[in-house]
Design a binder for this molecule. Structure first.
Ligand code: SF4
Length: 117
């Protein structure tokens, strides 16, 4: 089964050549070649939560740009995590220890939030 990138799941049109890329610009997740292949995605298409400055919901989000638990609640994150199972990669190899700790804290907060619902 072909694995989908975030722009194919969210249908944002902000990938190169996408329906909204000329109007709104290409999202950094779709053009991040340094993370190509991670979680079997194209560029940052399956690790967008770890990329600062993504453009979901029409505003800047992503790690460190505007840190939100909402990335952990996103259907992309959940789908990639479920599909990759033990091979799931949560952060880029060049991310600092601090960012990895922050991501872990976010994950723990989100897990607690989900558990309490
Ligand atoms: S991170 Fe969001 S805005 Fe950026 S390509 Fe993926 S779905 Fe679209």
């Amino acid at each position: 089964m072909e694995k989908k990138n975030c722009w194919e799941i969210k249908k944002c049109g902000r990938e190169p050549g996408g329906a909204r890329s000329r109007e709104l610009g290409v999202c950094v997740a779709a053009s991040a070649m340094s993370v190509d292949g991670l979680n079997n995605g194209s560029n940052g298409g399956r690790i967008c939560w770890a990329i600062a400055g993504t453009l979901c919901r029409g505003e800047v989000t992503g790690l460190f740009a505007k840190n939100e638990v909402s990335c952990m609640a996103c259907e992309v994150f959940k789908l990639v995590k479920a599909e990759e199972k033990a091979d799931f990669i949560i952060w880029k190899s060049d991310q600092t220890c601090e960012s990895q700790v922050m991501l872990r804290l976010l994950m723990n907060n989100f897990a607690r939030h989900e558990f309490q619902r």
